[in-house]
Design a protein. Structure first.
Lengths: 322, 216
């Protein structure tokens, strides 16, 4: 399915109504589970990345909000001595597109679960997964797929082998392409080449239900990753019995998107035939300590712009004519 | 064509010339009559699966956008374009080298010593990456074909191009002075199609790999 979006899309009557309806329904869902909305400013003034839409406000370089998680983290770290446990957000972010079909202005709704460091995060991870499982129903998707991953499945073996920088990036890029032969090429001559190639083959061997976790046994790092495997196993046991109809749960051991940011379990929501994930998130425990706050956090974001595209190009994926 | 029709993007040109005979007699053999015509969407021997014939440089874009669910393309093109797609297998055939080539008698050291080196290439990204690794700077002359002419006619000091047998180089009095990398055909997949509909795409990828292995 080709997706072509103007870089600065105007929303006409149908999509505008759909956006309003979906934003309201999702914020309503989050509020019903104790999440309170925060609205960080549209204009950000610190650590402006290259991809942001930057401009001068007088003598000061500022940027349009490019990411809700970063904007919220700044707001919370500045203004809250103790973290609110649950926050939600809705609105637009502005980023220069990586892919030609992406828009600069993107509408998102999301939520975050924040805790002091040291508290067990397992229940918070499950709470977020359960919330994400409810979202296809709220949006009227006929069916959806939830991918469970874990950032540590790739990061910990790389760290154990002392691989950082360009070489680690090359391995991650190869895994992102799901190309174990590229892992082998990237590590040609490195002492860890055999082990990490075997690990990549194990991670990429299956993309299926709970039995996918068994593929980890074939990895040379199976013992190193025992805690992560057990964590995913417990999550699957908790989530499978409450899986809504028309939602499929899959384990994606090779999910490396956002590996520099995520530190633990990851979640991605797809619709069958959609070219892009419709929601994504996970645990990112290094964000707040980097801002001087001893807090851990996880969350996910629903990409409403992609859903609006999907409603236009694939209305057959939704329950009612969108 | 509906959403249910699966499309595989096949390359035209050198790789395609190697690929099409390999598929003859397999479930993914291309319709011989359609191949003789100018049609660029060709039925295969498997109902519901069709092939698109595309230029190598366009092919990754069709797959990355999800128009074609699978494709076969050279790794040189993949590296040059860096599109967001999955690379499921190294198919092994279409092997060639990405090489720095100059007129006979011109050495790598002579090229390194040039204060203003000019390199003509269809592969600016790979060339820039090599120059950066070597700590060299050069003026890149972008070309889309017949790069072998550039050193002969003074457009550039040398070229960075794909070399398979070396026959074209020899015909133009050029020799390989350095191998920058190697390339071969790769099976690629649309990220969205593969991750959101693995039950449709993986069997097709397996069918294609099986067909190519059977003829290997």
């Amino acid at each position: 399915m080709p997706v072509r979006t103007p870089h600065f899309p105007d929303l006409l009557f149908g999509p505008a109504a759909r956006l309003r309806k979906w934003e309201g329904a999702l914020i309503g869902l989050f509020e019903a589970h104790g999440y309170r909305e925060l609205h960080p400013s549209l204009v950000l003034r610190e650590s402006l990345p290259d991809g942001a839409l930057r401009f001068f406000d007088g003598d000061e370089l500022v940027a349009l909000r490019w990411d809700f998680t970063v904007a919220l983290a700044g707001l919370l770290a500045r203004g809250f001595p103790t973290p609110p446990a649950r926050v939600a957000y809705a609105g637009a972010v502005f980023r220069r597109p990586v892919q030609p079909w992406e828009a600069v202005e993107r509408f998102e709704v999301g939520c975050e679960r924040i805790q002091p460091e040291g508290e067990s995060s397992a229940e918070a991870d499950l709470e977020l997964a359960r919330l994400l499982m409810a979202i296809p129903g709220v949006l009227g998707l006929k069916s959806a797929i939830l991918h469970l991953g874990h950032a540590a499945l790739v990061r910990r073996p790389l760290e154990a082998e002392g691989l950082f920088g360009d070489l680690a990036d090359a391995v991650v890029a190869a895994l992102s392409r799901r190309a174990p032969h590229r892992v082998k090429e990237a590590l040609d001559g490195h002492p860890s080449a055999g082990r990490l190639t075997a690990h990549a083959e194990a991670l990429l061997s299956e993309l299926d239900g709970p039995t996918t976790l068994d593929a980890l046994q074939a990895s040379p790092y199976a013992e190193l990753l025992r805690d992560e495997r057990d964590h995913m196993d417990r999550a699957l046991k908790a989530l499978l019995p409450i899986l809504p109809p028309n939602l499929e749960l899959r384990v994606d051991l090779a999910d490396v998107a956002g590996l520099g940011f995520y530190t633990g379990p990851t979640l991605r929501l797809w619709a069958p035939g959609a070219q892009q994930e419709l929601a994504a998130g996970g645990r990112y425990d290094r964000l707040f300590p980097g801002l001087g706050r001893p807090w851990q956090a996880a969350g996910f974001c629903v990409r409403l712009s992609r859903l609006l595209d999907l409603a236009e190009t694939r209305p057959d994926l939704f329950e009612q004519a969108q | 064509m509906t959403h249910r029709t699966l499309l595989i993007a096949f390359p035209k040109g050198r790789l395609g010339d190697e690929l099409v005979p390999k598929l003859a007699g397999t479930p993914l053999a291309l319709d011989a009559e359609a191949l003789k015509s100018r049609v660029l969407r060709i039925p295969t021997a498997t109902p519901g699966v069709a092939a698109l014939l595309l230029k190598g440089a366009d092919l990754p874009r069709y797959v990355a956008a999800g128009v074609a669910q699978l494709g076969i393309v050279g790794s040189d093109t993949l590296d040059e374009m860096d599109m967001d797609l999955l690379e499921l297998a190294d198919l092994g055939f279409g092997a060639c080298r990405l090489s720095l080539c100059a007129q006979e008698g011109v050495t790598l050291e002579a090229l390194r010593a040039k204060p203003h080196l000019r390199l003509a290439t269809k592969f600016p990204k790979a060339t820039e990456s090599w120059l950066s690794r070597e700590g060299l700077t050069a003026e890149l002359v972008p070309l889309s074909s017949s790069a072998e002419l550039a050193p002969l006619l003074g457009l550039a000091d040398a070229i960075v191009d794909l070399v398979q047998t070396g026959g074209t180089l020899k015909a133009h009095g050029l020799v390989e002075t350095f191998v920058l990398g190697r390339s071969s055909a790769r099976l690629v997949a649309a990220r969205g199609a593969y991750l959101s509909e693995p039950a449709r795409i993986r069997p097709l990828a397996d069918l294609l790999l099986g067909a190519l292995k059977a003829r290997a």
